[in-house]
Structures are given as structure tokens and as C-alpha cells.
Design a protein around this ligand. Structure first.
Ligand code: CA
Length: 228
């Protein structure tokens, strides 16, 4: 590899798991640094240059969730969670916590390095604009949930909603939405956007009948409510 080794901070208290991860990352050309406690992780982050954090949820001196929130307040560094419980997954992918991806234990070292690469390639876009409460957006799996319900979306609906979710409160014109969400915007019409907004609203109503998260701005376009 021509580029310098990217530093990956591995926060994991189980030595056997940590060693497997460190070895796999080294083999793939990364520069892993192991921290077995949150205290050690803080010190490693303070030294700077960390490209990504692999973060266990259960650690001897605190929770990986709290640590991720703390981290998010100061750094844009991407985080991949390691979790032993699949029930934690929805909290992780919810940007309420700010995880970029997760792996459920046990996982293969190959799977981990593939995720590390994918998240680094994607950059930190998944976490730069926190989604509003009630939403989760798992960009790696093209999955959006609203009020705990997974939405069954068509490709264009997913992309349209993804654009709105990335900037809550911002008003997008129909043209902007089309440019951002359609592969061939020239072939779409303004009313295509309206039709997709309509079908999106119907699906959101199914998920949460009381909520009406998409706002129409007459003559301007649409936005997503910042608060439920
Ligand atoms: Ca642990």
C-alpha cells in the first residue's frame, strides 16, 4: 500500500477478541491500536490521528453507547460497534447514538475488515447530520425506520427520504429533490416528486398514524420536521 497505515482504535475488553481484530486489521494494512477500557480509549483519541473506532458496547469502566455520544460531541470519527446482543442493534444504527455500522458477536475477522473499509470509504456522512428523534437510517443496508417500524420503500422513495433525513428542517425544492434522489432527473416531472411524497406519507402514516413528519411548503417544496 502506498498510503500510510490508517490508525484504527479497537476498544474491546476481551483480550482474545481484541487480538483477533488487531491481527486481522494488521494483515489488511491498517494500524490498529488496542484499548481495553474507555479510559485508555480516551488517551488514544487524545493522541490524535484515529481514522475509525471499533467499539465494544460492554466495557469495564462504562458503556460504549455513552462513549460514542461523548465522542460525537468532539469528533467526526466513524464508529463501528461490536455487540453481543441483537436487541441493541436498533439503538446503534439509530443516529441517536451515532454509530456508523455494527457487528454482532461472533463475527468473522474478514467481515470486520470489510466493514472497516466500507465505512472509511463512505466517510462520516452517516453521522454528520443527526437524524431527528424517532428515526433511524442505516445507510449501509439502505434501511430507514420510523417510530420503531421498518419502512418498506421503493428505491426512489428511499433516496428521497434519505435526502430529507440528511438535513432535517431544510426546505428542498422539487427540483433539488429530483436532482438528489433520481438517477435520471431529466426523465422525471415535478409531479413525480409529489407522487412519491404522497406514497411516502402513506407509509409513514402506517408506521405512526399520529405523526406527519414531512412538511409541505407551498410554492417552495418539502422538509422533514426536526422534532416529532
Ligand atoms: Ca465487553
Amino acid at each position: 500500500m502506498a498510503t500510510a497505515r490508517q490508525t484504527i482504535l479497537v476498544v474491546e475488553d476481551e483480550q482474545a477478541i481484541a487480538e483477533t481484530i488487531v491481527y486481522a486489521l494488521q494483515t489488511e494494512g491498517f494500524g490498529p491500536v488496542w484499548a481495553s477500557t474507555l479510559g485508555a480509549a480516551r488517551e488514544a483519541l487524545a493522541r490524535g490521528g484515529v481514522a475509525l473506532v471499533v467499539l465494544d458496547v460492554g466495557l469495564p469502566d462504562g458503556s460504549g453507547f455513552d462513549f460514542c455520544r461523548e465522542l460525537r460531541a468532539q469528533h467526526a470519527v466513524p464508529v463501528i460497534f461490536l455487540t453481543a446482543r441483537s436487541g441493541e442493534v436498533d439503538r446503534i444504527v439509530g443516529l441517536e447514538i451515532g454509530g456508523d455500522d455494527y457487528l454482532t458477536k461472533p463475527f468473522s475477522p474478514r467481515e470486520l475488515t470489510a466493514r472497516v473499509r466500507a465505512v472509511l470509504r463512505r466517510g462520516t456522512t452517516a453521522t454528520t447530520a443527526p437524524v431527528p428523534p424517532g428515526w433511524t437510517h442505516d445507510a449501509a443496508r439502505c434501511r430507514i425506520t420510523f417510530e420503531g417500524q421498518a419502512l418498506d420503500l421503493t428505491r426512489n422513495e428511499y433516496r428521497l427520504l434519505g435526502v430529507l433525513l440528511a438535513r432535517p428542517g431544510q426546505v428542498f425544492s422539487r427540483d433539488q429533490l429530483m436532482q438528489a434522489a433520481w438517477e435520471d432527473p431529466g426523465a422525471a416531472l415535478d409531479r413525480t416528486v409529489d407522487a412519491h411524497i404522497k406514497s411516502l406519507r402513506a407509509k409513514l402514516r402506517d408506521a405512526a398514524p399520529e405523526a406527519d413528519p414531512i412538511v409541505t411548503h407551498r410554492g417552495l417544496g418539502y422538509s422533514l420536521r426536526e422534532t416529532p
